[in-house]
Ligand binder design. Structure first.
Ligand code: PLP
Length: 408
């Protein structure tokens, strides 16, 4: 008899986006004449930068010619891309990361979800609340938790984010081996300073723990004092893995290219307490279960680092940042407290009422779709997330509608 992995039965069905879609459909059915503006999604809306498109096309043409055709590439990614990443994203920031410490993949979602496989079944996991759901659900699937009650799984260590701590949680008070951090944060838009990040790196070093640092929104950082990579913090290469993606940086959500940095100095321990190389384990895992990102896609990603690509991706991110600044300004003027919207495409707003109540109000009175914070964890209750991924004109219209709705 074939049996299932019963850990999957512990997963709380995520009704968040289904529920949003249901409420939006009910609204548009009832008011077909009203145009709904979607500021709820975590997906980009602008096309790929021209430099990437040109390189993408050239890559496809090479595949069409016997002389330049390529079959399987290296599982870890082509050297042309890994070297550019190491140079531009790390060495230029004073972070000593080399090309062979970079693993190119088809997404930071997959990587943040898969990485837990190389750690022990009894690893104590610490996750922020509110959180990107992938970190939690993949550990539930792997059997590292009990069942959920009140939206929280038994056995997980939740790190509470609040307006008071600026959504930078305090260190865990119970032992934690594997800690997920994401800055600039999804969903809150909060950013972390070097001093604040150093507290976590020091904790990990003192407690032989490991940090999984999701930097998918690194390109949105404009404040030069903020760390662009965790490896700007001294000693982080021993205790941190970093996840990056071209999704939000260069509009690759539908093109698929990302990378994970596993420094050779990064260690975890076997049952005898002996140090083991995390790089070797991830290399083994990646090579066994992954066969590389498509060649034209890696060429398109490489173009991000060309002079034109750098300028175009910066302009692309600036476009969303301008939307974010507008949202933040308007929301603040309306008297709400918020975080994010600077160095981040997300604005996290204290609605001073139930998340879904605020969601319904914005939908019904303003025809604007946001994301209820309660969908990201217990600490998200009372908040909503507004995303800057849309056209500037739509954002302007949405904000003036929200202003009018709240004045009623
Ligand atoms: C969008 C996003 C990613 C990127 O995922 P991809 O699979 O590379 O598209 C990773 N982490 C967070 C928190 C995100 O919001």
């Amino acid at each position: 008899m074939i049996k299932i992995n019963e850990n999957y039965l512990k997963l709380e069905a995520s009704y968040l986006f289904i529920d949003i879609a249901r409420r939006v459909t009910a609204f548009t059915d009832a008011h077909p004449e009203r145009e709904v503006i979607r500021l709820g999604i975590g997906d980009v809306t602008r096309p790929l930068p021209p430099a990437c498109i040109e390189a993408f096309h050239r890559g496809v043409d090479e595949m069409a010619d016997g002389a330049t055709f390529r079959g399987y590439g290296p599982e870890q990614g082509y050297a042309f891309l890994r070297e550019k990443i190491a140079e531009h994203d790390f060495k230029s920031r004073g972070a000593n990361i080399s090309a062979d410490e970079i693993f190119v993949s088809d997404g930071a979602k997959c990587d943040t979800g898969n990485i837990q496989e190389i750690f022990a079944g009894d690893t104590k996991i610490a996750v922020p609340d509110p959180v990107y759901p992938v970190y939690v659900d993949t550990n539930v699937m792997a059997g590292r938790t009990g069942t959920a009650e009140d939206g929280r799984y038994a056995g997980l260590c939740y790190l509470d984010g609040t307006m008071e701590n600026g959504f930078i949680p305090a260190l865990p008070t119970e032992p934690a081996d594997l800690i997920y951090l994401c800055y600039p944060n999804n969903p809150t838009g909060a950013t972390i300073t070097k001093d604040q990040l150093k507290v976590w790196v020091d904790y990990a070093r003192e407690n032989r723990a490991l940090i999984l640092f999701d930097a998918a929104y690194e390109a949105f950082i404009r404040d030069e004092s903020l760390p662009r990579t965790i490896y700007e913090i001294e000693g982080a290469e021993e205790v941190a893995i970093e996840f990056r993606s071209f999704s939000k940086t260069a509009g690759f959500t539908g093109t698929r290219c990302a990378f994970t940095v596993v420094p050779k100095a990064c260690v975890a321990y076997d049952s005898k307490g002996e140090k083991q190389s995390v790089h070797s384990l991830w290399n083994r895992r990646h090579g066994t279960k992954f066969n590389g990102v498509s060649y034209p896609v890696q060429k398109a990603a490489e173009a991000v680092y060309s002079e034109a690509g750098q300028q175009q991706t910066r302009a692309l991110v600036d476009y969303y940042l301008k939307n974010a600044a507008l949202i933040r300004r308007e929301i603040t003027a309306l008297g709400f407290e918020c975080v994010g919207g600077e160095n981040s495409p997300y604005i996290w707003i204290d609605g001073k009422r139930d998340s879904w109540e605020f969601f319904d109000l914005l939908l019904e009175k303003a025809g604007v779709v946001c994301t209820p914070g309660a969908g990201f964890g217990k600490c998200g209750q009372g908040y909503i997330r507004i995303s800057a991924f849309n056209d500037y004109e739509k954002v302007q219209e949405a904000m003036s509608r929200i202003r009018a709705a709240l004045a009623e």
